[in-house]
Design a protein around this ligand. Structure first.
Ligand code: ARG
Length: 590
C-alpha cells in the first residue's frame, strides 16, 4: 500500500488552495501551519500575506475561511486574534487517517518508502586496532547505527564503512615486539564476550610491554622503525603479523558491539589500511592538478581561512616530508573510493566534533579535486563529548578514560535493580534479559536524545529512571499497551470513525499521525534526537490517555473500548517501530 498523507499535510494543502482561490494575487503562499493549544492547528501565514497585499488580515482570513470546502477534514475553522486561523479537525477524519496507517499492509504505518532515493556511505563505529574502546567510541556507534536504520527505512541505499585505525607507525613497534616475543598473542576461544575481553587484555599487555621497550631500548626502537618500512613495503611476514593484531582486535570489537546489541558486518570494516594502494595516486592527482603544493618538503593543501595559533596558514598535510602518509591522505582516498566505486551521492561521517577542522579541510580539498561536487555531498555529523557528573570529560576515579565495556556492564547492572523492583513475577532469566534491554537501551537513548553536537553528562541514575525523558519510560509505555492487549481477550481492536473523541484520545491520535513526518525530517537533517523526543511525547500522551480513557472497564461501551484498544495498539506499534530505528528494544513485558 502507498504511503498515507498526514492530517497536517492534507490540511496544509486545503489551506493553500483556499488561499489561492480567495486571493489570486497572492501567488503560492504558505499558510504556516502549526499545532496549537487552542484548536488542533493554527495557521499564521495570513498576517505576512496581508502585509504584502496591504490588506486587512482579519478580512483576508475570513475570505480564506469562506473558500474552505465544508465537511470532510475540517470540523471548525475560525478567525482569531489579529488574523490567525484556528482549525479543529473532524474526529472522523482523524480516526480514518489512523486506520489507514494501521492497515498499511507492509507494516510501515504509512511511512513512505522512496525506492528511487540515493546512496549514502556512512562512516561510523571506527575503533582503533590494539586499543581499548572507550566512551568516545560509543557515540559514533550509537548515532551511526540509528542513522543507518532511519535512512534505510526511508528507502535510501546505505553502505556502511567502519574506518578503523589499523595502520600507522605504532604497528612497527607492536609487530617487532611480537616477532621477538612469539607466543604473546595467543589465546583461543569461541568469539564470545569473555573471549573478547581476553583478546583485549593480551593486546593491552603487549602494547604496554612493547612501549616500555621502545622507550628504553634504542636498538629496539631502530628495529621497530625498520619494521614500519617493511610493513609499508608489504613484506609478507610483517603483514602476517599485522593481520594477527587486526584479527585479535576484531574479536574484541565484536564482543563490545554485541553487548551494544549492534550488528557490525565484517565486509564493512574497511580500515585505514584498506586505502593503502590508493595513497600514492591520490597524492599524484592532487599535485598534478595543483590542488596540493610542496611546502618544506611536504605535500600540502592551503586554505585562506585556516590559520595556526601563530597566524600562519595551517595546511592539510597529505604527504609528510619523510614520505609518510597521514590521516588526511587516507580520508581523501576513501572519498575517491566511496564516490567512484561505491557510487555514493552522500558521504556521512559520524565523528567527534573535535575533528571538524580535519573534515572541513578534507572536504574542501575533495571539492577542489572535483571528487565532491553538486552530485555528491559530504556531511560531517559531529558529536560532542561525554562528560562526567562534574561536567568534565568522563574519566574514572583514577583519572583514566572509561572503558566502554565496563560502562555497559554497569548500566545493565543498574537496570537489573530497576527491573527487579518493578516486576515481581519475572524469572531470573527474564530479569537478566530485560535488564540488558533496559540498560543498553538507556545508554543508547541518553546518547540519542540530546542533539548530537552537544556534550552530555553520563549519569546512570538518571538514565535508568522510570520518570522523565528516558528509554525505560518509553519501554514501559510500550509494555503497558501490550499488557492491555493481552488482557483485552476477545475485545476487537477496531477503529470507530463515527465516535466523538475525548481530549486525551484526540491528543494521542494527532501525535500518532505525525510519525511519518518526523521520520522524514529526521532522515533529511540527520537528527535522531527529534525521533527520540517524538517517542517520549508519544509515551507521555499515552500515559495521560491511559489514565483518562480506560479501555477495559466494564462500564465503557463496546465501540468506545474497541476504538481505544485500536489507539493503544497503534501506539505500541509506533513506539516499537520508532525505538527499533534508534536501535533500542521494546520488550513485551516489563
Ligand atoms: N578511528 C578514529 C578515532 O578513533 C575515527 C575515524 C573517523 N573516520 C574517518 N574517516 N576519519 O578517532
Amino acid at each position: 500500500m502507498a504511503s498515507v498523507n498526514s492530517l497536517a499535510s492534507t490540511l496544509q494543502q486545503q489551506l493553500a488552495d483556499a488561499l489561492t482561490a480567495a486571493l489570486p494575487d497572492a501567488g503560492t503562499a504558505d499558510p504556516l501551519l502549526r499545532r496549537s493549544d487552542r484548536a488542533d492547528f493554527q495557521a499564521n501565514g495570513i498576517l505576512a500575506l496581508a502585509k504584502k497585499l496591504k490588506g486587512n488580515p482579519r478580512e483576508l482570513a475570513s475570505q480564506v475561511t469562506a473558500a474552505i470546502p465544508a465537511g470532510g477534514l475540517i470540523k471548525e475553522i475560525e478567525v482569531s486574534g489579529p488574523g490567525f486561523l484556528n482549525v479543529t479537525l473532524a474526529d472522523r477524519a482523524i480516526i480514518e487517517t489512523l486506520a489507514a496507517r494501521a492497515a498499511d499492509d507492509e507494516g510501515r504505518l504509512g511511512v513512505p518508502y522512496n525506492s528511487a532515493a540515493g546512496t549514502t556511505v556512512i562512516d561510523y563505529a571506527q575503533p582503533n586496532v590494539a586499543k581499548e574502546m572507550h566512551v568516545g567510541h560509543l557515540r559514533s556507534a550509537v548515532i551511526g547505527d540509528a542513522m543507518v536504520q532511519i535512512l534505510e527505512f526511508t528507502g535510501e541505499s546505505v553502505v556502511r564503512r567502519h574506518h578503523i585505525g589499523d595502520w600507522g607507525t605504532q604497528f612497527g613497534m607492536l609487530i617487532q615486539y611480537l616477532i621477538e616475543h612469539p607466543g604473546e598473542l595467543t589465546h583461543e576461544g569461541d568469539g564470545g564476550e569473555a573471549d573478547g575481553e581476553a583478546a583485549m587484555s593480551s593486546l593491552n599487555r603487549l602494547y604496554k610491554a612493547s612501549r616500555a621497550l621502545f622507550d628504553s631500548d634504542e636498538e629496539f626502537k631502530a628495529r621497530s622503525r625498520d619494521r614500519v618500512v617493511a610493513l609499508q613495503a608489504g613484506d609478507e611476514e610483517t603483514l602476517a603479523m599485522w593481520q594477527r593484531f587486526v584479527d585479535e582486535s576484531k574479536i574484541y570489537f565484536y564482543s563490545v558491539f554485541d553487548k551494544l546489541d549492534m550488528e557490525i558486518r565484517d565486509p564493512d570494516i574497511v580500515g585505514e589500511s584498506g586505502y593503502n594502494d590508493m595513497l600514492e595516486e591520490t597524492c599524484r592527482i592532487l599535485e598534478e592538478s595543483g590542488v596540493a603544493v610542496r611546502s618544506e618538503g611536504a605535500l600540502c593543501v592551503f586554505f585562506d581561512d585556516v590559520k595556526g595559533p601563530d597566524g600562519n596558514p595551517a595546511p592539510l598535510i597529505v604527504k609528510k616530508s619523510n614520505g609518510g602518509y597521514g590521516y588526511a591522505a587516507t580520508d581523501l582516498s576513501a572519498i575517491r573510493d566511496r564516490v567512484q566505486n561505491l557510487k555514493a551521492n552522500t558521504l556521512l561521517y559520524v565523528v567527534d566534533a573535535r575533528q571538524a577542522l580535519h573534515f572541513k579541510m578534507v572536504f574542501e580539498t575533495a571539492r577542489r579535486a572535483d571528487w565532491l561536487n553538486e552530485d555528491v555531498k559530504a556531511v560531517h555529523l559531529p558529536f560532542g563529548t561525554v562528560l562526567g557528573k562534574d561536567g568534565k570529560p568522563f574519566k574514572t576515579r583514577e583519572g583514566e578514560t572509561v572503558r566502554l565495556a565496563d560502562l555497559l556492564d554497569e548500566a545493565i547492572d543498574r537496570a537489573s535493580t530497576v527491573v527487579r523492583e518493578k516486576a515481581k513475577d519475572l524469572t531470573e532469566d527474564e530479569i537478566t534479559e530485560r535488564a540488558t534491554q533496559v540498560g543498553i537501551g538507556a545508554v543508547k537513548y541518553a546518547d540519542l536524545s540530546t542533539s548530537a553536537a552537544r556534550d552530555y553528562k553520563f549519569d546512570l541514575d538518571q538514565m535508568v529512571s522510570l520518570t522523565g525523558d528516558t528509554s525505560v519510560y518509553i519501554q514501559y509505555a510500550h509494555a503497558r499497551s501490550r499488557s492491555i492487549k493481552r488482557k483485552a481477550g476477545e475485545l476487537k481492536s477496531q477503529p470507530h470513525p463515527e465516535l466523538e473523541l475525548a481530549p486525551a484520545e484526540r491528543a494521542l491520535a494527532l501525535h500518532l499521525d505525525q510519525f511519518a513526518e518526523v521520520v522524514a525530517e529526521v532522515a533529511a537533517a540527520y537528527e535522531p534526537h527529534k525521533l527520540a523526543s517524538y517517542l517520549y511525547q508519544l509515551s507521555s500522551l499515552f500515559t495521560t490517555f491511559y489514565d483518562q480513557c480506560p479501555v477495559l472497564k466494564p462500564e465503557v461501551p463496546g465501540d468506545v473500548a474497541e476504538n481505544r484498544l485500536f489507539l493503544s495498539d497503534l501506539t505500541a506499534r509506533t513506539l516499537h517501530q520508532g525505538m527499533e530505528l534508534l536501535g533500542i528494544r521494546t520488550p513485551e513485558r516489563l
